[in-house]
Design a protein around this ligand. Structure first.
Ligand code: LLP
Length: 417
């Protein structure tokens, strides 16, 4: 459930007409609903009631400080993948003891930053990384808390670019090597083995793959016990899918119940790293129709948001519902909804059947709260667009629209030119 609803043929975010926001702030822009974000976080967390757990929101899905602050206020932790995300997380108010750090390519400066900060755990993705973390921890006179990210070789049945737990993917360490990794880790002076981790992919729409991965992790935990290695944290990663079109993913309660049942009386603290399921349907991208044009066999609706603002349709052929902000009720059209960028891949939707819209009308690209703004860029020297948070009948600018000066910040023309 989300708080983007029509009243009298006009789209509202909570109690604010979307049109009103664009009148003040312009287009394109992202809008997030505070009530929806809060509700999604709570529903997800409450689904695991009765289990010792930490919900580490996956920062990569949406790193707006406002969004992060909300989840931190709600008692959440953070899943990070870079020094930059650590910086943002701390700025947003997360306790370092609630931060987990995954990623195949952690740099030394990033490792040092996380060690000095005192994060909850590093999810290690290679044996070489383990050695480097041990060495850096020694130099900094710290003990690094680690989990090994296991690659359980499970097919998550999702887009190949976002499936991460199969043998052919670069992520994690396969089960045999992982056992070896744990035995090595136990011998390393500056490593403290605390957990086990996996993340098999994103936009997963059935519980089966999660259960397969969990069963593999459980059997590893038992094997590790035989070696006297005790696992305190079981990190199941993120990946639960949402409805963009007509997908029917399990709801958080179904997902949580399956995990709870499988875990049984295993004595571990459960960590989850949900991203999309919390923020995906809590945000929209609002864009304006600049022009319409037609060829012999096609209608184009040219809008002011491009692939640099929301790359998901271009990159994954992802479907996002597109709705008029004000419904005028003048029949339907089939059109390609395209952006202003000089690439044919620059589209929000192709061959979409939708209500007829004309120049100047506003469109809402739905389900844009996850992997929307965070994947945006300045391609074609386009300004990054604002992020707005709506709470009840007010809206707040969480990020201003960039200005032309922002485009050249940090640049220097060499003196020989
Ligand atoms: N944990 C780890 C280690 C991850 O790599 C990810 C996502 C998550 C958690 C959160 O997954 P979620 O709950 O959001 O599915 N840009 C793509 C999605 C990439 C996901 C990368 N990893 C998209 O727009 O669909």
């Amino acid at each position: 459930m989300n708080h983007f609803i029509y009243r009298d043929n006009e789209l509202y975010c909570e109690n604010v007409p979307v049109r009103k926001i664009t009148e003040k702030i312009g287009t394109p822009l992202y809008i997030y609903s505070h009530a929806t974000l809060k509700r999604h976080f709570r529903v997800f967390s409450d689904a695991f009631k009765g289990v010792d757990r930490l919900i580490c929101f996956s920062a990569k899905a949406n790193t707006s400080l406002a969004v992060l602050r909300l989840f931190s206020n709600l008692g959440g932790g953070l899943d990070i993948v870079s020094g930059g995300e650590l910086y943002r997380g701390l700025k947003a108010g997360f306790s370092p003891r609630k931060i987990v750090y995954s990623g195949v390519g952690k740099r030394i400066d990033e490792i040092d930053y996380a060690l000095k900060t005192g994060i909850l755990m590093f999810n290690i993705e290679s044996l070489e990384e383990l050695e480097v973390i041990n060495k850096r921890a020694g130099l900094l006179k710290k003990k690094a808390p680690v989990a090994i990210r296991v690659n359980p070789d499970v097919d998550p049945k999702t887009h190949p670019y976002i499936s991460t737990g199969m043998k052919k993917n670069k992520f994690g360490i396969n089960t045999e090597f992982a056992i070896m990794g744990y035995r090595t880790a136990m011998r390393l002076a500056n490593i403290n083995v605390v957990g086990i981790d996996c993340h098999i992919g994103s936009q997963i729409t059935e519980t089966g793959p999660f259960m397969e991965a969990l069963s593999s992790l459980k059997s590893m935990i038992r094997d590790l016990m035989d070696y006297g290695i005790n696992i305190k944290y079981l990190d199941m990663g993120g990946g639960l899918g949402i409805t963009y079109d007509n997908e029917a993913p399990p709801d958080p309660v179904e997902y949580a119940n399956a995990i709870k049942e499988s875990i049984g009386d295993l004595k571990v603290k459960l960590i989850l790293e949900p991203g999309r399921v919390i923020v995906g349907n809590a945000g929209i991208l609002v864009t304006k129709v600049l022009y319409r044009k037609s060829t012999d066999d096609k209608e184009f609706v040219i809008v002011d948001a491009g692939m640099n603002d929301l790359v998901r349709p271009t990159l994954y052929k992802a479907f996002h519902a597109i709705k008029p902000v004000v419904i005028s009720g003048e029949g339907e059209m089939t059109a390609d909804i395209v952006g202003p960028i000089c690439e044919s891949g620059d589209f929000m939707a192709l061959g979409r059947i939708m209500p007829k819209v004309g120049q100047g009308e506003l469109l809402s690209v739905m389900s844009a709260g996850a992997y929307g703004f965070v994947m945006s860029s300045n391609y074609c020297s386009r300004l990054k667009i604002p992020e707005i948070m709506v709470k009840d009948d007010k809206f707040y600018v969480a990020r201003k629209r960039q200005k032309y000066e922002d485009l050249t910040r940090g640049e220097k023309i060499p003196s020989f030119l």
